[in-house]
Design a protein around this ligand. Structure first.
Ligand SMILES: N[C@@H](CCC(=O)N[C@@H](CS)C(=O)NCC(=O)O)C(=O)O
Length: 333
């Protein structure tokens, strides 16, 4: 009798998102690994997969889907992970007063600090007077950092002699502040304790691990809800300039074949192996297509059998408009 395997939890994540980074830190600390204990789905924030939108209406990352449960706040994902296993005592072993201090620090980070950080780091998105206001937000964020720095004993952590949930939850945001101007951050007076606090995290293995594969994928997860085309990079670049793509497959045009060869997500690896494996992967671009946008553009996609195997492949009958392309990424076998 076939034994049904439990479906692993799914984590929707974005490599550079500080909220997703802190969730990954906790999941990794709990001993969980992508591929073994959970499925990691890297997303493009500009083109979120339909599965994420269906799971969580607000569709921010991270989102953890565990069976029927949808956890769509990074702190709750951290709690989910540490409830399973908290070997370093991020959450356990602290007094009620210490836990309240942790909550206050995280609240200050997620509230006022993040507010100023965004307006300092992404000034042009928030205001026309980018330059002047930007400095004001930097100063305000810096005042919070100085307060945090004063809490730290030299060589210590926010709540004493070992790192707690607060240190790990704040880390990606302080790192992001530093990344906006690393030299200035490192030379900032009054911040010495926090500078060495951050430097220790930056040199350690935990943060490095969740910024690398398998925790941080370089390309978005190919949703089964979308369609795909493997293109030669040079041909895709030429098409972008023209606004429309008219190649059918490698070495053949839409006019010669009558349609553009597409793949479903599960067919991609085999398609690459059959037609592009002799090329440097950097020469191949993966295009993710939104079937709804193709239909809206008056185009028809038919599932048709491939000669020989009879396997059904989607065929696009018409030129591919750039507007239907959700993302184009270097192919990563
Ligand atoms: N309160 C949420 C915030 C998560 C959040 O805002 N994530 C950003 C990326 S860093 C996001 O997904 N933004 C949605 C978007 O850009 O569309 C949490 O803690 O998980």
């Amino acid at each position: 009798m076939a034994v049904e395997r439990p479906v692993a939890p799914v984590l929707y994540s974005f490599r550079r998102c500080p909220y997703a980074i802190r969730a990954r830190l906790a999941l990794a600390a709990a001993g969980l690994r992508p591929g073994r204990d959970l499925e990691l789905r890297e997303v493009s924030l500009k083109a979120k997969p339909p599965e994420l939108l269906e799971a969580s209406a607000k569709a921010t990352v991270p989102v953890l889907v565990d069976g029927a449960a949808v956890i769509d706040e990074s702190l709750a994902v951290m709690g989910w992970a540490l409830e399973r296993c908290d070997p370093q005592g991020w959450l356990s072993g602290w007094s009620t007063t210490e836990t309240a201090a942790m909550d206050a620090l995280i609240g200050e980070n997620d509230g006022p600090f993040k507010h100023h950080l965004d307006r300092f780091k992404y000034a042009s998105r928030f205001s026309a007077d980018a330059g002047g206001e930007r400095d004001g937000h930097r100063v305000a964020a810096l005042a919070i950092l100085c307060r945090w720095s004063r809490r730290l004993e030299p060589g210590g952590w926010l709540l004493g002699t070992r790192p707690s949930l607060a240190d790990w939850a704040l880390l990606p945001f302080v790192r992001q502040f530093r990344l906006a101007d690393p030299q200035r951050f490192d030379a900032e007076p009054g911040l010495e304790a926090l500078q060495s606090w951050l430097a220790r995290f930056l040199a350690g293995p935990e943060l490095a691990a969740v910024l690398e594969i398998p925790w941080a994928q370089r390309s978005p997860w190919p949703s089964p809800g979308w369609l795909y085309h493997l293109a030669l990079r040079s041909e895709w670049q030429a098409a972008r300039a023209a606004g429309v793509y008219r190649r059918s497959t490698r070495g053949r045009s839409l006019e010669e074949v009558g349609f553009i060869h597409l793949s479903q997500a599960h067919q991609l690896t085999a398609t690459y192996g059959r037609y592009y494996a002799d090329l440097d992967p950097g020469e191949v671009t993966l295009l993710a297509l939104d079937p709804e946008r193709l239909v809206a553009a008056g185009l028809e996609v038919r599932l048709e059998p491939a000669p020989g195997s009879g396997e059904l492949f989607p065929h696009l009958h018409g030129p591919l408009p750039q507007s239907a392309v959700l993302w184009a990424e270097r192919w990563r076998p």
